[in-house]
Design a protein around this ligand. Structure first.
Ligand SMILES: C[S@@+](CC[C@H](N)C(=O)[O-])C[C@H]1O[C@@H](n2cnc3c(N)ncnc32)[C@H](O)[C@@H]1O
Length: 239
């Protein structure tokens, strides 16, 4: 029998896990984030500060929501989306075909820890809700630094444990109770329990910023969004 111990591709957060929930991923995303995920993606697009003609790499692209948003907001930008889940990419490809974006966005199966692209080949790199799933995050960040041109931006959007303050307890209740329950109802119980567990296990913003520096990135910005439910980290390769 194959278990996550004997087959690393079945581990939580892997492409194989996302293959199993790909068909419901977009719906669950909108419901559990109350639609706020798209406003976080918009901030991520702005942080890339793209110019016409730019080439962008969207890692852990999944069903391509962020890649699509970048393409729509920047009509003269081309993109490559990479993700280990062929099923998530299949859903993404259908969206690209429907929106006539297939000529501007290529999707490839791949791993953020081992990118099959030359040094300094992209003007911008993005990753939304993906770095949490990359087992060796430092290696993933090093790869981002390697493939980004000097002066290019790297935008990393990731969920985090909501902080204190007036609405902190409400946000925590949402992440700890509502998200796993609604996720289980609409999709897979195991997967949405993992979501909450992996958010809790993700390093603090300060620790993540130092990981970015260790990977050869200058931290341009690190911003808590919506009571700290999400963070947007922006970096540039140190040259
Ligand atoms: C929560 S989804 C995010 C998808 C998309 N970026 C979005 O904004 O909706 C996380 C994605 O990370 C991908 N992933 C898991 N391990 C990865 C790795 N080592 N490298 C790149 N992506 C990975 C999964 O297959 C999944 O599609």
């Amino acid at each position: 029998m194959t278990t996550p111990d004997t087959n690393p591709s079945l581990r939580e957060g892997s492409g194989a896990m996302f293959d199993g929930i790909a068909h419901r991923y977009d719906l669950v995303n909108r419901v559990i984030s109350l639609g706020i995920d798209q406003s976080w993606r918009k901030k991520t697009v702005r942080a890339l500060e793209l110019k016409p003609g730019a080439r962008v790499l969207d890692l852990a692209t999944g069903t391509a929501d962020l890649a699509i948003m970048i393409a729509r907001q920047h009509p003269h930008v081309s993109l490559v989306g990479v993700d280990p889940s062929a099923k998530m990419l299949e859903v993404g490809q259908k969206k690209l075909d429907a929106e006539q974006l297939a000529e501007r966005i290529e999707l490839h199966v791949g791993d953020a820890q081992r990118l099959d692209f030359p040094d300094r080949s992209f003007d911008g790199v993005s990753i939304a809700f993906g770095i949490r799933n990359v087992p060796d995050r430092l290696q993933g960040l090093r790869e981002m630094a390697r493939v980004t041109k000097a002066g290019g931006r790297i935008a990393i959007l990731e969920l985090s444990e909501p902080r204190g303050g007036l609405l902190g307890p409400l946000a925590r209740f949402h992440v700890h109770s509502v998200v796993p329950a609604v996720g289980a109802l609409l999709s897979g119980a195991k997967e949405y329990h993992y979501l909450q567990k992996s958010i809790a296990a993700f390093p603090s913003a300060r620790r993540f910023e130092s990981l970015m520096r260790e990977a050869g990135l200058h931290v341009v910005a690190s911003t808590a969004l919506t009571f700290g439910v999400c963070h947007l980290y922006v970096g540039e390769p140190i040259v």
